[in-house]
Write a protein that binds this ligand. Sequence first.
Ligand SMILES: [Mg+2]
Length: 361
Amino acid sequence: MREKIKLKIEINRARCNFGIAFDIDGVILRGRVPVGGSPQALRRLYLDSGELIVPYLFLTNGGGIPETKRAKELSELLGVNIMASQVVQGHSPFRNLLKKFENELIIATGKGDPALVMSEYGFKKVLSLEEFASYFESIDPVSQYKRWTTMPQSDRKEPAMPRYNVLSERIKAAFVVSDPVDWGRDIQVLCDVLRSGGLPGGANNNQPPLYFAADDLEYQAAFPSKRLGIGAFRIALESVFNRINPKRLECVTYGKPNPFVFKNAEVILSQLQSSSRQDHSKNNRVPGSHPFEMLYMIGDNPSVDVKGAQQAGHPWFSILTRTGVFQGKDNHAEFPADLVVDSVEEAVDYILKRECIELGA
Ligand SMILES: [Mg+2]
């Protein structure tokens, strides 16, 4: 029996012409808790030895920590060995802007450690919006009323000398890396930066570029009803900015459902596919010789995951789970998925049966 399964695996490995992209929030995790049988579902994509057999990655609009850290965290929560290359976050494409801003002064905001994320991509002069704001006395006129803090009191220091000359050097770009923590301060400071050409306190019509890692209006976390996402923050900032500034806000948003996110995922999946075949098959790898016949996007958000897969077109196939944003009985009316299932476990079961892989049999 074991031999038969092994043989089947060998056959399928030689022609593993499909891959899977998993959304995280509402599909794999809710908060930090696995949902929908996600650990079991992922284990089926590996051999008992721990070797990856089905190329897969995580395609999330979330973020705030470097991909290396996120991969480690996911590995611990889900009990499988996840590589950093398998984690594509909303802000991952920011690294493509390195050429433009590598040595320029930029600011980054959002939960987690947005400045660290940008530094790891190679940006040399990054300040978190929090640090940047600390160099401008009274830039946030209500800061003394904010009793909450994200840092223990003992770790808080008086602002040191700025690492860069923020009073004379213009901010060249602003990045919203993940969900902002202090919307009030961030809207105020971003309006200051964007309306002053990058030097708060002044006035200049040249708005520095503004980039958002994603544009999700809502997402499903641990709380029973949906939470406001980075897209809600974008709307808030844009509404305020457009009321107080003669020129409308210009910004670029990344993340799903943007078709280039799916194109990028396809490239990463084929790298995973090739490296697996290069390591294990008797034949030498022939790059690009084996295009995917099917790529599955498993998500919980019709307007992000399903819409994105639909826009990307062939070879994407969308699977909608009921463990997150979508809770409907039937399919979604506006963005109907190719398949609706209760959980990610059911989705993986469907895929493996369809692709005739008998892992875990
Ligand atoms: Mg989701």
